[in-house]
Design a protein around this ligand. Structure first.
Ligand SMILES: *[C@@H]1O[C@H](CO)[C@@H](O)[C@H](O)[C@H]1NC(C)=O
Ligand SMILES: *[C@@H]1O[C@H](CO)[C@@H](O)[C@H](O)[C@H]1NC(C)=O
Ligand SMILES: *[C@@H]1O[C@H](CO)[C@@H](O)[C@H](O)[C@H]1NC(C)=O
Ligand SMILES: *[C@@H]1O[C@H](CO)[C@@H](O)[C@H](O)[C@H]1NC(C)=O
Ligand SMILES: *[C@@H]1O[C@H](CO)[C@@H](O)[C@H](O)[C@H]1NC(C)=O
Length: 404
């Protein structure tokens, strides 16, 4: 078998809109690995929250969402600050005497992940501020320093013009992948925070498009769809989580990022597995992976998901930032501001492309006899993470690969 191709595109946008209701640092202690670990639990909690709303495909970027809220942390004070800190699961990392610690950690993490110039992970943050509105200089400086944010003045009362300006900005930041991020805008909007992330990964061990074939994918006992199934026969890292009733497969990209597939065993209800996914368990999967000769059958898939986080996050303890009791006094002293909208949009496209490369080192041995084939023909979970830091860049669930 010779070189086959596989490529993944992922892009997403988190945007927050704020409006007024009518009335440097040295790091001691926490490391970027601690931050990644905490982020992962936040990701799993958010995932469970989303999955209680529907049983469809799910896809989002925990890193992008956490980064957006880390910026909001610097704007907030009092109860709002505490709620956000707890909500994104970072309360144990904060040090009262080092207010810059968390933003600095996010900055270091982002630098670590993108260190290797060939990894195409672009995170960008922008703050659109109403021309009439004055944001505190300290906040503007911090968001620029730690998140390298673009700060732009915009006249939100011209809603049409603002929408096209913002959509154009997002389109440019996502290499044309997200074109119509917003279609409506409240003319009372005073401030909008936008975070975008764009990832392009190339499989270390690409699939040969010549071997892609049509095969059934069993959504549940009653529904079957036909999907283009990619095929690859090689050595892969996998493990069998017997107590959980699922198997784990690692598909590495070039440049230190991997996709981890979690495939519930035949007959297992994926909604039961939902509950069991934690950062601890994720770490144990990674430790117990071992290299085996395997025939992998994996569906090509594409999906686009949008979430209104302002509907989900109050359920996770972050209520006040969206209410009239929001305390965003570090953003502005003289105005009563709240966050009106947080929209998260993520798109993924998993396809064939790439070059061949060697696999990494072996970790751990399990005594289970592992199957010779790994056929992803039923609902599965996937996680795209940065290996050095275990930072979760994206996570998702595929119930029906034909639905995007
Ligand atoms: C796919 O098949 C075509 C036609 O047989 C061949 O020319 C090509 O090299 C094959 N591609 C790969 C990646 O093996
Ligand atoms: C915001 O929080 C700070 C610190 O707790 C407090 O001093 C201030 O009064 C609060 N402001 C508002 C508008 O709630
Ligand atoms: C990134 O972080 C990991 C884990 O802390 C560390 O081992 C690695 O050396 C860091 N890499 C760079 C380039 O900073
Ligand atoms: C699907 O079929 C299996 C085996 O026949 C059965 O155990 C399971 O309960 C069924 N699931 C549903 C959701 O009907
Ligand atoms: C980037 O990562 C690859 C694979 O891990 C490695 O071979 C290469 O030396 C790295 N390049 C830099 C500039 O760090």
């Amino acid at each position: 078998m010779s070189a086959h191709k596989m490529m993944g595109f992922i892009f997403l946008v988190v945007y927050m809109c704020f409006f007024i209701p009518v009335q440097q640092a040295r790091i001691d202690g926490p490391t970027i690995s601690d931050l990644s670990f905490k982020n992962m639990d936040f990701a799993m909690n958010l995932y469970r929250k989303i999955s209680t709303y529907h049983d469809k495909n799910i896809f989002f970027s925990p890193l992008s969402i956490s980064t957006s809220f880390a910026a909001l942390l610097m704007a907030s004070d009092g109860v709002t600050h505490t709620e956000i800190l707890k909500g994104i699961n970072l309360d144990e990392l904060e040090r009262a005497d080092q207010p810059d610690l968390l933003p600095k950690l996010f900055q270091l993490l982002n630098e670590n992940i993108t260190q290797n110039g060939s990894l195409k992970l672009d995170q960008g943050m922008a703050l659109f501020i109403h021309t009439q509105f004055e944001a505190e200089n300290l906040f503007q400086d911090q968001i620029k320093m730690f998140f390298d944010a673009d700060i732009k003045a915009i006249d939100f009362s011209n809603t049409k013009g603002s929408i096209s300006l913002i959509n154009e900005y997002i389109k440019q930041k996502t290499n044309g992948k997200v074109t119509e991020m917003i279609s409506t805008l409240d003319e009372m909007t005073q401030l909008m925070l936008i975070n975008t992330i764009f990832f392009q990964g190339t499989w270390k061990m690409p699939f040969n498009p010549n071997f892609t074939y049509n095969a059934p994918f069993y959504i549940d006992n009653y529904s079957v769809v036909q999907v283009p199934m990619m095929f690859k026969d090689d050595k892969f890292y996998m493990m069998d989580d017997v107590p959980l009733g699922a198997k784990v497969l690692k598909l590495p990209y070039l440049e230190g990022v991997s996709m981890l597939i979690l495939l519930p065993n035949k007959g297992m209800d994926y909604t039961e597995i939902d509950e069991e996914i934690t950062a601890e368990r994720f770490s144990s999967w990674i430790r117990k992976l071992r290299k085996v000769k395997l025939e992998v059958n994996m569906p090509k898939f594409k999906m686009e998901q949008s979430y209104s986080l302002h509907d989900l996050l109050p359920d996770m303890g972050m209520g006040s930032v969206f209410s009239n009791s929001a305390n965003l006094t570090k953003l502005s002293k003289n105005e009563r501001l709240k966050v009106s909208e947080v929209l998260h949009k993520a798109v993924i496209d998993v396809d064939e492309t790439g070059t061949t490369a060697a696999a990494a080192t072996t970790i751990g041995i399990t005594s289970y006899s592992l199957p010779k084939t790994f056929t992803i023909n039923r609902p599965f979970f996937f996680f795209i993470y940065h290996e050095n830091t275990n930072c979760m860049l994206f996570m998702g669930r595929v119930i029906d690969p034909t639905k995007n």
